[in-house]
Design a protein. Structure first.
Ligand SMILES: Cc1cc2nc3c(=O)[nH]c(=O)nc-3n(C[C@H](O)[C@H](O)[C@H](O)COP(=O)(O)OP(=O)(O)OC[C@H]3O[C@@H](n4cnc5c(N)ncnc54)[C@H](O)[C@@H]3O)c2cc1C
Length: 224
């Protein structure tokens, strides 16, 4: 696809290190919930540095939304994105992505790896098809939980949180391992969607297989 230059309409700080960018979608860019695009900052020295980010808006909306974790110490694309203001421009190239909804299941996310599930879960909710789907969300501490209020509101008891560096009610403490999944999986025959950093993905995938989940029921995308 031709590269598109998009104007920032709104920037919101949604956790201590995550920003939500709302962009104009004048050219009606087509994507499926769960897909990503390559983004670059439209500034001298940054136009060729493109990194992948997931659409968190829905395809029919009149704007695009991206939910982006900022790494100031990398001095890379996300740090540059964090310096932008309303009216500044972002370049979007090539829509792609491995995660799409295949059927009812459990979404398992680590940190910013939740972004493909934001769009998918919103889409299911809009269509009245969210029932029976669950989200297991792993973070370091509770202040890292992206879109906590929204997930609580639309998923209710089907929103499970686990924190690795904080022990606080009502959240589970630790990492997503076989024991945790054994206690928390309700339907092993459903789909399992995994997205997060590579080490977490490997552990979760191995654990799911150990618990009898078929390989073709595991849908995944690594976020590094
Ligand atoms: C398909 C896909 C979709 C994604 N969607 C999203 C999304 O929606 N939201 C989101 O927040 N993230 C998403 N990610 C992850 C996101 O692309 C990266 O987190 C982001 O590009 C990292 O950019 P950066 O600013 O940290 O540094 P970069 O611009 O990638 O790198 C800058 C420099 O930082 C250095 N660096 C890199 N990693 C480290 C490190 N761990 N420690 C120290 N230095 C380091 C490197 O030397 C590099 O030269 C997605 C990833 C994929 C693959």
């Amino acid at each position: 696809m031709e590269q598109q230059v998009l104007i920032i309409r709104k920037i919101e700080k949604i956790t201590h290190n995550v920003l939500r960018f709302t962009l104009n979608n004048t050219n009606k860019i087509k994507f499926m919930p769960g897909q990503a695009a390559e983004l670059a900052v439209d500034k001298d020295g940054w136009r060729d540095k493109r990194n992948p980010f997931t659409f968190t808006s829905l395809p029919f909306e009149d704007h695009l939304e991206f939910t982006i974790k900022i790494y100031p110490d990398h001095n890379g694309v996300t740090n540059e994105l964090s310096k932008l203001e309303v009216g500044d421009k972002i370049i979007l190239k090539s829509v792609f992505g491995a995660i799409q909804f295949e059927g009812k299941g459990t979404f398992i996310a680590g940190g910013a790896g939740v972004t493909p599930f934001i769009s998918i879960i919103r889409d299911l909710h809009q269509k009245g098809n969210l029932k029976g789907n669950r989200l297991i969300f792993a973070n370091s501490t509770q202040i890292d939980i992206i879109n906590k209020n929204e997930f609580e509101s639309i998923l209710g008891d089907n929103f499970l949180n686990i924190l690795s560096r904080e022990e606080v009610d009502p959240y589970s403490h630790g990492r997503i391992d076989t024991a945790y999944l054994k206690d928390n999986i309700t339907s092993p025959e459903d789909y399992f969607y995994i997205c997060g950093p590579e080490p977490m993905m490997d552990t979760v995938e191995d654990s799911l297989k150990e618990l009898g989940v078929e390989e073709d029921k595991i849908v995944k995308e690594v976020f590094n």
